[in-house]
Design a binder for this molecule. Structure first.
Ligand SMILES: Cc1cc2nc3c(=O)[nH]c(=O)nc-3n(C[C@H](O)[C@H](O)[C@H](O)COP(=O)(O)OP(=O)(O)OC[C@H]3O[C@@H](n4cnc5c(N)ncnc54)[C@H](O)[C@@H]3O)c2cc1C
Length: 431
């Protein structure tokens, strides 16, 4: 039996620890925070246990379903008919199916044809190697036209990536479109999923399985140093305790790696340092009434500084209306320092403009969640920048959400990679 220490108890670390303990290893899982779940963790929103950051499931999220089946909780999976829309020129327009596209008033017939054809081909593509050299803007402009990029995409990209908007790769965005575009009951009906009880139900069940099988989970145990001797990992120092290890699997954001493991070779350090992340601030509203019937509302309006609103209760019913307003941005933006109330006031104003029947009296509660490393920026040929998961230090594997590029960060892909890392621990060449 070997001793494996896993760093980070988000979905990837939990999946790695669960797989390792199931394979018969001794496992210590170290988590800096006070609970498991990472980006998929919940908080209490005046009586509703809900994700700090909205989470939905797509039909292609097979690693999630496989793990839920293994844990005996696949019966908690739920599917709902959902829809998306654009708010632009002062009105909400349904989007995401052929009839909505035909009815959309702000594109010409040619623009509609090109947009529909590009999206259709994207959902059918086997992979996106042929567009790997392009940025998302170049790819959309070539497929749908410059005017379509300007009308539908530009503002969304700029509000998410700011000065990095023109650096995002085409295959990253195409992979996202394919995942969501194929989560449907029919060509006319999108279907997204959630877990009864939210993501927490899955995270808690993985944690329980680890503990049932003899693994140990240590909360508030921030890893500070990975010990290395003669080119082999020997242990981890976390919150004043040394955890001996034959192998270490790190799933914490890679921008934190260089401080924690100063002994890594210089070329690896440079590659970790070059991976950029933006932050996310999610503003949650609990309301007495619905804002729109849609789950996902893209916002293209020069007077509104958010890319959209997610009416989560249109996916998972929780008794009242729950809205998430995501602000993504490089943390160098002055707005990153805004106080919570500034974000709340701004979103309240936007909600009232989108649905003027909503008043201050309809607001039951608000909350703000912040995350420093929320979204890696993946430019064309991103894989060339990425170091291998298996480091030159024997027994040490390192990955985070950008290691499954071109897939966007997601629970299913983190589970897939976490399990593969556990299986590769003693493979001679690793992953
Ligand atoms: C706004 C938002 C919306 C999202 N929506 C969806 C969605 O709809 N569907 C979906 O599938 N996915 C979604 N995701 C992505 C999903 O949450 C992530 O892909 C997934 O949680 C990543 O898991 P992870 O374990 O790889 O990383 P993380 O969840 O980031 O876990 C890393 C863990 O490491 C811990 N850690 C950090 N430093 C240390 C240290 N020194 N020592 C020990 N522990 C440490 C952190 O506290 C954290 O718990 C969303 C994410 C965000 C931010």
């Amino acid at each position: 039996m070997s001793h494996i220490v896993v760093l980070g108890a988000g979905p990837m670390g939990l999946a790695a620890a669960q797989r390792a303990v199931t394979l018969g290893h001794q496992v210590d899982l170290l988590e800096a925070g006070s609970e498991v779940g990472g980006m998929a963790a919940h908080f209490d929103f005046s009586g509703v246990s809900i994700e700090r950051f909205y989470h939905f499931i797509c039909k292609s999220d097979q690693p999630t379903f496989d793990l839920m089946k293994e844990l005996g909780i696949l019966d908690k999976m739920r599917w709902a008919n959902t829809s998306m829309a654009y708010y632009t020129h002062g009105k909400v327009h349904k989007w995401g199916d052929p009839i909505s596209l035909l009815r959309y008033p702000h594109l010409s017939p040619i623009e509609k044809l090109r947009t529909g054809w590009q999206m259709f081909l994207t959902t059918k593509a086997r992979n996106f190697a042929a567009i790997e050299h392009l940025t998302s803007r170049e790819w959309i402009e070539r497929g749908s036209g410059k005017s379509v990029y300007a009308k539908l995409w530009k503002r969304l990209q700029e509000l998410k990536f700011y000065e990095l908007a023109d650096e995002v790769s085409a295959s990253w965005i195409a992979t996202r479109i394919k995942r969501i575009g194929n989560s449907r009951k029919s060509i006319f009906q999108e279907q997204l999923g959630y877990i009864e009880g939210g993501s927490k139900a899955l995270m808690d069940e993985i944690a329980s399985d680890i503990q049932r099988k003899g693994g140990r989970i240590h909360l508030r145990a921030q890893a500070e140093r990975v010990h290395i001797e003669d080119g082999h990992v020997t242990g981890v120092l976390a919150a004043g305790t040394n955890y001996p290890a034959d192998a270490v699997i790190s799933t914490i954001p890679v921008p934190l790696i260089n401080d924690m493991i100063p002994d890594l070779p210089q070329d690896f350090r440079e590659r970790y340092a070059s991976i950029r992340n933006i932050g996310a601030i999610c503003v949650l509203f609990k309301l007495r009434k619905s804002v729109t019937p849609h789950f996902w509302l893209n916002i293209v309006d020069d007077g509104m500084d958010i890319p959209g609103l997610i009416e989560f209760s249109n996916l998972r019913p929780v008794g009242s209306t729950i809205i998430y307003a995501p602000y993504y941005m490089p943390t160098t933006q002055p707005k990153w320092k805004w106080e919570d109330h500034q974000f709340i006031d701004q979103v309240k104003d936007y909600i009232k403009r989108i649905n003027p029947s909503v008043t201050d009296d309809d607001v039951l509660d608000t909350k703000v969640a912040r995350l420093r490393y929320a979204q890696p920026i993946c430019e064309p040929h991103f894989l060339n920048r990425l170091p291998p998961v298996q480091t030159p230090i024997r027994g040490l594997q390192i990955a985070d959400t950008c290691f499954y590029y071109p897939e966007d960060r997601g629970v299913a892909e983190s589970i897939r990679l976490g399990r593969r890392m556990a299986e590769a621990v003693f493979m001679p060449h690793g992953l």
